[in-house]
Design a protein around this ligand. Sequence first.
Ligand code: SAM
Length: 229
Amino acid sequence: MSEKVRPALYIVPTPIGNMDDMTFRAVRILKSVDIIACEDTRVTGKLLFYYKINTPMVSYHEYNESQKVDFLVNEIFRGKAVALVSDAGTPLISDPGFPLVRKCREERIDVIALPGASAFVTAISASGFPSHQFKFLGFVPNGRGRKKFLESLLEEDCTLIMYESPNRVKRFLKDLNKMKEDDFRICLARELTKKFEEYIIDTIENIQTKLNELTLKGEFVIIIDKNKK
Ligand code: SAM
């Protein structure tokens, strides 16, 4: 049995692929809280099984966030410690959690965030691109706002980081290539911390040529180096 922790909301990062990327503290907190709020109980269930954690889970995902916020806040008021995890990486980083944290802050409930895995931090640290100043932009918009988003990328001076799904990476590079005036380097960081981890670093056009032959699989972080080539 792990020692109980005080009632609060604990933000607990989980691995982005490699199951061993949990911190000792993250495991201890997940063992000690009363409830783990997670996106998909099957995904988090595998993590809990791996670390022999028996804490009950409740689902908390983008489609039930507004209903679950009040329930979880009430549980903390009743003296329970609640941990929030997402399927992978740090909660709230392109993942659910913002309404819950905001409500906890409004209600003066303690929010205790643990440091841990996040795909964009992992990717920038190994890219070799300037990392003293960067902008993380979350997912590339697919519908409305896409053109404006792409135009804004060209205006920025610092390193830019975003998430994209594998079936849209080629379209993203094609659209960006059409709009750009100067050439710049791109890093595609794929399947980080997993068996087929790969960094593809080149100009947009060279990457497009490389990717033409390939079916892209896995998860991607895209990084743009705005230093002109
Ligand atoms: N909360 C997560 C974090 O802290 O990075 C991000 C979750 S978001 C729903 C999922 C996206 O993160 C994926 O589509 C991909 O762009 C990126 N991602 C997650 N895991 C990754 C990995 N192992 N390698 C590369 N990109 C990854």
